[in-house]
Ligand binder design. Structure first.
Ligand SMILES: [Zn+2]
Length: 365
């Protein structure tokens, strides 16, 4: 186990630079997380157990959480306490459970018929793209999905959205300090500046809607991924939203909006980059699988509407440390590609970033 912590620290440090994969990362010398850190999910609910005591891996001083003016925030310790795992409330499918004829199932639940094809994990539900963990199959003319995809993607959409009480959330402007993020194709500017501007524009909109909003940073400061999670823990936030911009450089063609949440145990991730994707892994944030996808869908849908940007889908990834340790619904939004000429020009305008802020705010009304 102790050997595992060392590797895990290395992962955290490496992902400070990658954070969400906003730019094409240099492959690290390792590609797998230590398996000793990732116990298989319990077959039945069990008492909560600590998952991680790994240091933050911060290369600079930890920044205090940035509180509303009226609230004095306690300084952060430079290392994060362990997030606490609790069992997922979602039932695991029986191995023998048949795949679900999804059009029929949606009709029985009052959901619109999905746009879905055998062999493609991209499915449109109500016009919004979601990525499944398994490829759908054609069984006698009916498109069927894996029961875990039904449980983790479709069933949450039948739930009425609810907000935490009290309405406290953390906005996380990605990167900062020497971790500049992706470079904008047009103009000598970096992702860290755009994410901060997005968050600063969004905060007053959310406050006007009754939210208490904390930012992980309000200036060009540098903090670890673990300390970003710690801000949410310290402030007992009910939601966590990490703000980023994408890059596929030197490919300049990719464009559009992506919204990420943590991959549920048992499913294959949409995006893995250079990392291993252990489908048996479970993390503290997996207790919020349903809340994650509901939050992701609301934000993604309203961002598409507010900006007119292309829909690259609600995706799942397992390597994002800023999501894995969250004890609350948490998503990471990629607000467009800085490596695409047209999109980078738009991101470089205050008007577009204001639309991004309005989109997230409308999702949380
Ligand atoms: Zn980023």
């Amino acid at each position: 186990m102790r050997q595992g912590w060392g590797v895990f620290r290395g992962c955290v440090i490496a992902m400070l630079a990658l954070i969400c994969g906003c730019s094409t990362p240099k492959p690290p010398s390792y590609t797998r997380f230590p398996q000793t850190l990732i116990p298989p999910p319990p077959a039945t609910p069990s008492p909560a157990a600590p998952i991680s005591t790994a240091p933050s891996g911060s290369t600079g001083p930890a920044q205090p959480p940035l509180a509303p003016e009226s609230t004095a925030a306690a300084p952060l310790r430079p290392t994060a306490p362990p997030p606490v795992a609790t069992p997922s409330p979602a039932p695991a499918p029986n191995d023998n459970e048949p795949w679900t004829p999804i059009a029929l199932w949606c009709r029985s639940k009052g959901l619109p018929a999905p746009e879905i094809q055998a062999g493609s994990r991209a499915v449109k539900i109500g016009g919004i793209t979601h990525y499944l963990g398994f490829e759908p199959t054609d069984q006698g003319g009916a498109i069927c999905i894996h029961p875990l995809d039904r449980i983790k993607t479709f069933e949450p959409l039948t739930l009425a959205p609810t907000w935490p009480h009290p309405k406290i959330l953390v906005l996380d402007p990605g990167h900062g300090g020497t971790h500049v993020g992706s470079r904008c194709l047009t103009g000598n500017r970096f992702e860290k500046d755009f994410t901060l501007d997005w968050a600063l524009r969004l905060r007053p909109l959310l406050e006007a809607q009754g939210w208490t909003v904390y930012l992980t940073r309000t200036n060009d400061s540098e903090l670890s991924l673990a300390d970003r999670v710690l801000v949410a823990e310290t402030q007992q936030a009910g939601l966590f939203i990490s703000l980023h911009f994408n890059s596929s450089f030197p490919n300049t063609q990719a464009h559009g909006l992506e919204t990420y949440c943590l991959t549920p145990c048992g499913l294959t991730s949409t995006t893995t980059r250079v990392y291993a994707d252990d489908t048996t892994a479970t993390f503290p944030n997996n207790q919020h699988d349903a809340g994650n996808v509901v939050l992701a869908r609301r934000i993604h849908r309203h961002l598409l509407s507010a900006t007119g940007t292309a829909d690259r889908g609600i995706r799942r990834a397992r390597f994002m440390d800023v999501l894995r340790g969250q004890n609350r619904p948490a998503v990471l939004v990629e607000g467009g590609f800085l490596s695409n000429a047209e999109e980078s020009q738009r991101i470089n305008t205050p008007a577009y970033r204001q639309r991004l802020a309005v989109g997230v705010a409308r999702a949380l009304e």
